[in-house]
Design a protein around this ligand. Sequence first.
Ligand code: CMP
Length: 138
Amino acid sequence: MSETTLVLIKPGGVKRNLIGEITRRIEQRGLNVVGLKLMRAPRELVEAHYAEHQGKGFFEDVVNYLCSGPVVAMAIQGPNAVKAIRTMMGATNPIEATPGSVRGDFALSIDDNLTHSSSDPEAAANELALWFPEGIVS
Ligand code: CMP
């Protein structure tokens, strides 16, 4: 079933010039980029994005981090895109990420795990509405 999901390349990934590498992997897999922008995310957007983590010890830090520099927001579409992307990015904690995944190949720290991707189709719909209020190309 075709799905659309959100991928963010976090400030660390942008700084390390990994935009091309991550996008190449997504396209090579056969998934389609249907939304793409480089932006400095406003704090209100990031707080809404991480609303499920509000109250957790790491909330302030992850919000500050995502606001600390430019991010790439992408809408990605294709068969089972939500799960396909999550698997490609690897476990949230890069130490547990499988080699061959983005985190398994390029990251070591949970605080700088390079990307965010939607956890399920419902989260994807909510996150896409936040990051692409203007809609996507389909
Ligand atoms: P992300 O997928 O963007 O969602 C929340 C982020 O919080 C997560 O990736 C990590 O970068 C960060 N984070 C920091 N500490 C933790 C933790 N203990 N559990 C989950 N996420 C964490």
